[in-house]
Design a protein around this ligand. Structure first.
Ligand code: PLP
Length: 452
């Protein structure tokens, strides 16, 4: 930090403050974690200065021999860890990994058959008319994914996102009564819509998914099953999700982030069955800029960590802790979407406290409890104010929290929310953003969490 301070002291100060803030609060954002010092240090090296478009051993730049080493290691660890035939370590983030997956599916299922039909080796050989026709075909494909308010991600076909614009899209939700995925409904939608891509995976669904069943549905309609395991990759790596709940043997393409429950550097990863390997390899420079070599090196380090036996203990503890947190909320009278959890996250419906998600998130933050607001299924408050708070256990599990600590976390959260009232705007009308917490509550909660 002294070196940084000698150039731009405000960056050094913000960095120091970020450490202090992360240490003095309870990190319950489901998509965050604490990467190891080895992973963090690996990101701060001179690999950052290297350009390496292309793939291992096949680069558009010279002198990539060391990048080749770290990229190959990241891919090897990923293949071994997840039991995947093929791994691509270049995506800069989870969204980039999904874009690589979409385009590799389009290449495999639309472009390659069209080129074969037209007797061309690549798109440069096509006549203007054939090229226009192929571009039209690209734009005419269908994607079916989980809706945002049911827990899906923006990139699973949400209209405002590029995934909703590059595909004709439809979405499946969850059962309005139970909040659970209903595979018969997914099947009926798939049979009616006939998508090219069926996306499974989620950001805010507190339950496990049967990926064998999703593959069955995809096969019935001739779709490619793509699973986005960004949130629960750590539970797959740690063998908490096995059999039908492990997406890797069932999906043709699996994407993930590396920084959430997997506890690596910020980045993405694509796993694929052999059939899609060559198409995924075209990710850079098709949709990705030059790879972040320093981050690929850090992925190799973090994935090596995840292959250690201790990671399985960690992953199991993540799931056990989520159960403890859910029980802690339920015994204190709170309402949870789906009534509980069996993964790493808990979705609390805060409407029972008379609050919006936005008010609850702000009141909790004042007390040093860092969460994020989230829609609940059919949310009357929309995606901005919301009616839910999403909690995740990966980060505090890294800090060593267990059952008792998570029960205390539930107590602290309920203490804040039951002592917070919705506020009004300047004109005195009810507001979805303003709130007031009774005096002393935030300090009381901060003091208790400091002891943990
Ligand atoms: N996919 C899912 C399921 C996610 O939850 C997220 C991020 O929250 C992403 C993709 C995007 O990841 P990134 O922010 O690294 O692009």
């Amino acid at each position: 930090l002294e070196v940084i301070a000698s150039v731009e002291p405000r960056v050094a100060q913000a960095t120091r403050q970020e450490l202090a803030d992360q240490r003095s609060s309870l990190k319950l954002i489901a998509s965050e974690n604490y990467a190891s010092p080895a992973t963090l240090l690996t990101m701060g090296t001179w690999f950052s200065d290297k350009y390496a478009e292309g793939t291992v051993g096949h680069r558009f730049y010279a002198a990539c021999q060391n990048v080749d080493t770290v990229e190959a290691l990241a891919a090897e660890h990923a293949r071994e860890l997840f039991g995947a035939p093929y791994a691509y370590a270049q995506p800069h983030s989870g969204i980039d990994a999904n874009l690589v997956a979409f385009w590799s599916i389009l290449a495999n299922r639309v472009e390659t058959p069209a080129l074969a039909r037209l007797g061309a080796k690549n798109v440069n050989e096509l006549s203007e008319a054939d090229w226009e026709q192929l571009r039209h075909e690209f734009g005419n494909q269908r994607l079916l994914g989980m809706s945002l308010d049911a827990g899906g991600h923006l990139t699973h076909g949400f209209r405002p996102n590029i995934s909703g614009k590059m595909f004709h899209q439809q979405q499946y939700g969850t059962d309005p009564e139970t909040g659970l995925l209903d595979y018969d409904v997914v099947r009926a939608k798939a049979q009616e819509f006939k998508p090219l891509v069926l996306v499974a995976g989620y950001s805010a669904y507190p339950r496990r998914v049967n990926f064998a069943k999703m593959r069955e549905i995809a096969d019935e309609v001739g779709a490619v099953l793509m699973v986005d395991m960004a949130h629960f990759a750590g539970l797959v790596a740690g063998k908490v999700f096995t059999g039908d709940e492990d997406p890797v043997p069932h999906a043709q393409i699996v994407t993930t982030t590396t920084h959430k429950s997997l506890r690596g550097p910020r980045g993405g990863l694509v796993l694929a069955q052999e059939e899609f390997a060559a198409d995924v390899d075209r990710g850079c420079p098709m949709v990705l800029g030059g790879p972040l070599s320093h981050v690929m090196a850090a992925k190799a380090v973090a994935l090596a960590e995840a292959r250690q036996p201790e990671f399985r203990t960690y992953a199991q503890q993540i799931a056990d802790n989520a159960k403890s947190l859910a029980e802690g909320f339920l015994t204190r009278g709170a309402t949870l979407v789906t009534g509980g959890t069996d993964n790493h996250l808990v979705l609390l419906d805060v409407s029972g406290f008379g609050l919006t998600g936005r008010q609850a998130e702000s009141a909790l933050l004042d007390a040093g409890v860092v969460t994020n607001r989230n829609s609940v299924p059919g949310d009357p408050n929309g995606a901005w104010y919301t009616s839910g708070i999403r909690f995740g256990t990966p980060a505090l599990t890294t800090r060593g929290f267990g059952h008792d600590e998570f029960d205390t976390v539930a107590d602290l959260v309920v203490d804040v929310l039951s002592n917070t009232q919705a506020g009004t705007n300047k004109a005195g009308a009810p507001s979805k953003a303003t709130y007031a917490t009774s005096d002393g509550v935030a300090d009381r909660v901060r003091a208790r969490s400091a002891e943990m």
